[in-house]
Design a protein around this ligand. Structure first.
Ligand code: NAI
Length: 340
């Protein structure tokens, strides 16, 4: 149909509202929490992504305004805003990718775990709706504490009979983005060329950047500098929370990271080869049931969970010391999902 439409109207190059080509299939992306600090810039970035044909913006309030605003941008995606629970089904129906930045962010002095009580309930109800309205969508979980909200989502889907471990992702891309930026600054290499895997989880010491595997290689980083880079990556979120002084946590850099990860999911779905991103997924890389590592994305979501590769002694120690905390956070999420 798409090709026909293009051939039928060769003299009208800009009928953007029905823009579609054989190489770019129709893809619907839903953002839940779209009126929030992350949701709004993420909506903007997804509107700019040519792989998106339909952009569904859901929140409990204020989405009509965000949707009207973003919809005026002359790019491919058709934008719809949905507000309130009674519109959640429509917002989700037919989605290929659902991104969840719904919930409360941290204030100074709070850990991600302090958000648990509020965000766990939000995530649980949103995932219940996903199981009902778009059970085969790829889910990108941003709401914190990701170490617990991802296991909650898995439990909700298991109970609904829709769980597919290949389709559930905890978004840890911001840790990778930070590690790349901080490494490039210290190693004095061009930031655009930098790659650094970040494994483990998404909170404090569970965030383990593998600078020994960073490229381009740098030979002039002392052990102390690697430690400082590791700590800065682990505390990157807190750096922003403190600088914002009560006005929330990372939103712009998180929206960027979320857009990068969703783009990778869409490329995978579309059959683009060799799409690899770090993500917190169901895993057998360690003895923990969920773990972040490099993941190859494909037409069904996770194509392959890649191993950790060779670790330095410092990273090996970091790996062992993060496991108890990550295990406890995972168990806390599973327990919540089964009790409430
Ligand atoms: P925000 O408070 O600015 O926005 C959250 C939005 O969620 C609000 O618009 C709110 O109305 C909405 N919301 C609340 N309950 C909802 C529900 N039941 N359904 C749909 N929407 C609902 O918060 P911000 O800064 O956008 O952060 C959102 C979440 O993302 C927080 O949990 C934060 O900790 C997390 N986060 C995760 C990061 C990561 O690397 N994974 C990085 C930064 C933040």
């Amino acid at each position: 149909g798409a090709a026909l439409r293009r051939n039928a109207a060769p003299s009208r190059p800009s009928h953007r509202s029905h823009y579609s080509t054989a190489s770019e299939p129709e893809r619907k992306v839903a953002i839940l929490g779209a009126a929030g600090g992350i949701g709004q810039p993420l909506a903007l970035l997804m509107k700019l992504n040519p792989l998106v044909s339909s952009l569904s913006l859901y929140d409990i309030a204020n989405t009509p305004g965000v949707a009207a605003d973003v919809s005026h941008i002359n790019s491919r995606a058709q934008v719809e805003g949905y507000a309130g629970e009674e519109q959640l089904g429509k917002a989700l129906e037919g989605s290929d990718v659902v991104i969840i930045p719904a919930g409360v962010p941290r204030k100074p002095g709070m850990t991600r775990d302090d958000l648990f009580n509020i965000n766990a309930g939000i995530v649980k109800s949103l995932c219940t709706a996903i199981a009902k309205y778009c059970p085969s969508a790829l889910v990108n979980m941003i709401s914190n504490p990701v170490n617990s909200t991802l296991p909650i989502a898995a439990e909700v889907f298991k109970k609904a009979g829709t769980y597919d471990e290949k389709k559930l992702f905890g978004v840890t891309t911001l840790d990778v983005v930070r590690a790349k930026t901080f490494y490039a600054g210290k190693a004095e290499v061009p930031v655009a060329e930098v790659n650094v895997p970040v494994v483990g989880g998404h909170a404090g010491i569970t965030i383990l950047p593998l600078f020994s595997q960073a490229t381009p290689k740098s030979n002039n980083l002392a052990d102390e500098e690697i430690k400082a880079l590791t700590k800065r990556t682990q505390d990157g979120g807190t750096e922003v929370v403190e600088a914002k002084a009560g006005k929330g946590s990372a939103t712009l850099s998180m929206a960027y990271a979320g857009a990068i990860f969703a783009d990778a999911c869409l490329k995978g779905l579309n059959g683009v080869p060799d799409i690899v991103e770090c993500s917190f997924v169901q895993s057998s890389v360690t003895e923990l049931p969920f773990f972040a590592s490099k993941v190859r994305l494909g037409k069904n979501g996770v194509e392959e969970v890649l191993g950790l590769g060779p670790l330095s002694d410092y990273e090996q120690q970091g790996l062992e010391s993060l496991k108890p905390e990550l295990k406890a956070s995972i168990e806390k999420g599973i327990k919540f999902a089964n009790q409430n």
